[in-house]
Design a protein around this ligand. Sequence first.
Ligand SMILES: Cc1ncc(COP(=O)(O)O)c(C=O)c1O
Length: 478
Amino acid sequence: MSQTTEPAHEPPPHPLALIDRARVLELLASHLSSAWASFDRPRPREPELAPDLVQRLSEPLPASPGDPEAALADIASALDASVSPARPLYAAYIGSTGLEAGVLAGALASAYDVNLAVTAGAAEMLESQTLRWVAEFVGYPQADGVFTSGGMTSNLTALTAARSRALPDCRRMGVLGCRAAVYCSDESHHSVARAVEVLGLGSEALRRIPIDAKRRMRVELLRRALAADIAAGVVPVAVVATAGTTLTGAIDPLDEVAEVCAEHGVWMHVDGAYGGPAAGEPGLAPQFAGIERADSLTIDAHKWLGVQKSCSLVLMARAGELEHAFAHDERYMLHAGVAANAVDRTLEYSRPVRSLKLWLAFRAYGAELMRAWIRETAAHAQRLGAALAAHADFEVMTEPSLSVVCFRHLPDRSASPAQADAHNLRLAQAIAADGRVYLAPAEVDGRTCLRVCFTNFRTAPAQVDELLSVVEELAATA
Ligand SMILES: Cc1ncc(COP(=O)(O)O)c(C=O)c1O
């Protein structure tokens, strides 16, 4: 019997398929290379949107097909006029860096649109390998883990697992009437508080442990709080230590926290959303001693591992904890024998292959180059901190830690605290309006300051100096 391998005639393309794929890909390549070229150097000013594009951006829903080339050009112009953390003088909040490898992997991941909620074939191997690579990079003995949409979700995932261990009946019975507590430093990220609220424990279950002069959790106070709760019949669910606080980059004393957790058999979670990758840089690694003792660890790859949002992960020390927290039976998600489905281990259902961006970054650049870049960006913070400390008109609020510097402009030392706050807020607004440099205002010990966080491989030492000169220039008139 003969078999036909080729259809006699190609069916006409579906109207939803792009007609001239080669042409749009060429165009896309040219938009990408202009974007990358524009990230190579700081730009003197932000572009203005052309009036006709402004007008198009207020048009109603198109009813019929438009020209994809023109639409792509509009996207490129609008994005070019948007704030991108990929630019070398972006040092606000905690940026990524827009690694080019991540763009390529992101495009391929979108093209295949694999769903990791269900059995997905080889993409699962890519995801597992990336988890192992991150664990190896930071020195964490990982037995399980998942990629998530961000540090918030990773922290919530870990704390859900911790809650299931501490309160084994909570999935069935809820937590009403349970007296439980979660411990973190006074400067931990809000995602910890949000997770505690979402888990139904109530914000009063959060024990905010005061910090020391280096803005780290005071472990003797943690020990005291745990002992008091246990004596009062409160169940400790988890201690969240932060490895790189959002505000100042402080790293809680992980080894000491691990000791206290081990004494009481309490789950230790490390929120390394920002700082975690620095545990893989030998010069910074000693500050993270004890990270390997955590039950779970959050790392945002869309922060100091440089890939595009959203890409975070949570590593677990033991297999089975995620299943304990999330496994379920549904008529549309049958189990083959005893095998768990992917959604038995995650908070999310539909999930893209977020890991692919990081997988390609590790493959394309290798761990050593990634470590060198983390080292260089941390050195930028030291460089800026030293320049500010030597400058009569500036005050460094806290010793720079990891890649964060908090400082303020204080030209007139006799100014009242309120005047100094108002001046620094005006300065932050002037910097934002100017657009050459991006940094964010923040508050340290009740005082308004400017906060800089370096994560971008495109920032060179000369640009650290440039950042300071722009701030100086604008401070003169703020
Ligand atoms: C320490 C820390 N944890 C958690 C988060 C939340 O991460 P995401 O914004 O990825 O949800 C952040 C964000 O800055 C952070 O700095």
